[in-house]
Design a protein around this ligand. Structure first.
Ligand SMILES: NC(=O)c1ccc[n+]([C@@H]2O[C@H](COP(=O)([O-])OP(=O)(O)OC[C@H]3O[C@@H](n4cnc5c(N)ncnc54)[C@H](OP(=O)(O)O)[C@@H]3O)[C@@H](O)[C@H]2O)c1
Length: 336
């Protein structure tokens, strides 16, 4: 049996990912070894490469998203799992409280070695049957973004059929999942993007309309076209967040899971409390939400949007493409 495998390794801050031979992980008690067929990128991988993430360690094998085949099981795990086609939940050690994660919570792909490798080991409870209607490439596009988007939209913002939902920066991996979920729910969905082309693609996926956030007074244009929103799902934050408050109905809910545009320094308190707004931080999701998200995808026969599938050897090129926000949908690596 071979004891080495190929992995895309990050050796230092700002270093390119290098494909090299590393030791193949060996499964421990309660774990499974998954042969990764496909992996997908998240912005998290780019933040880590740039050194803008807590708990850095090198060398590191990044990658939170993956789908593949169970190759081996450790003791205590049903051997019947071997050969199963699976998708991995990357949110580890959530803990007992469904409302918030525990101190031990961690995301696959730092500190633990992730999916940018031919094999990844993971406790058995984090592998789920791959939805049958999805290919490995499509399945790999689901986990982190789908989980984050599901919790943001359903658990935190409590979006309902018929409500008006704004998804900002729709070109983002999570944002696109939110768009698909909200359309499937039967909400009236509007989007923003820095690219008119991405807005047109979002409309083709069921968005009612959208505006380019690079245009001056975009929020006024949006309000004139769409009115105010019951729910806003954002990951940009920054001083532009103020506009989302203005765009919300009285009693509206804004859920956000990222801070791509940095700190919010300009919120006028009265605009939030007088409008009875709920501003909801959210991160990833708990194991029940992961299972519910997969069921939602299966029930609605949803296929995640894949921007492109690159050979594993182009992992670094995929990272640059994400860094430049060129993609519409997930960047997937064909690993093995
Ligand atoms: N807390 C969590 O659990 C969690 C989970 C996943 C991601 N995140 C964070 O959420 C953010 C997005 O992650 P991702 O993986 O979806 O990244 P991504 O695929 O790289 O998407 C980032 C998107 O941000 C949008 N954007 C940039 N400037 C914007 C602005 N001023 N207003 C609105 N949108 C803007 C862009 O949308 P357009 O291309 O349409 O312009 C871009 O595509 C990152 O900061 C990430 O670290 C957090």
């Amino acid at each position: 049996m071979t004891t080495s495998m190929k992995a895309a390794v990050l050796e230092a801050v700002n270093a390119p990912l290098i494909i090299k031979d590393v030791e193949k992980p060996s499964v421990g008690v309660g774990e499974v070894l998954v042969q990764v067929k496909s992996a997908a990128l998240n912005h998290r991988d780019v933040w880590i490469q740039k050194g803008q993430y807590a708990g850095l360690k090198f060398p590191a094998i990044l990658g939170s998203d993956g789908a593949g085949i169970v190759a081996e099981v450790g003791s205590g795990v049903d051997v019947g799992l071997v050969g199963n086609e699976v998708i991995i939940n990357p949110g580890l050690n959530w803990g007992d409280n469904p409302n918030a994660h525990s101190k031990e919570f961690k995301i696959l792909g730092l500190p633990d070695d992730g999916t940018f490798a031919e094999f990844v080991k993971i406790p058995a409870e984090y592998v789920h049957q791959k939805p049958q209607h999805l290919t490995f490439h499509e399945a790999a596009a689901v986990p982190l973004g789908g989980l984050t988007g599901y919790r943001a939209l359903f658990t935190r913002a409590q979006a309902k059929k018929g409500e008006k939902v704004l998804v900002t920066g729709v070109g983002g991996g999570v944002a696109l999942c939110v768009l698909q979920f909200a359309v499937a729910l039967g909400a009236e969905v509007w989007v923003t993007s820095g690219s008119d082309e991405k807005i047109a693609k979002a409309k083709a996926l069921g968005a009612r309309g959208g505006v380019n956030y690079k245009a001056e007074d975009w929020e006024k244009t949006l309000q004139a076209e769409a009115g105010l929103f019951d729910v806003v799902i954002d990951s940009a934050a920054g001083d532009g967040f103020k506009k989302l408050i203005e765009l919300s109905v009285v009693g509206g809910r804004i859920a956000f899971f990222g801070g791509t545009r940095g700190a919010i320094t300009n919120i006028i308190p009265g605009r939030v409390f007088w409008k009875q707004l709920s501003i909801l931080g959210t991160t990833m999701g708990n194991p029940s939400e992961f299972a519910a998200m997969l069921k939602f995808i299966e029930d609605h026969n949803l296929t995640p949007i894949v921007d492109s599938v690159l050979p594993f050897t182009d992992a670094e090129q995929a990272m640059r493409r994400m860094d430049n926000a060129e993609q519409f949908g997930k960047l997937v690596l064909h690993v093995s």
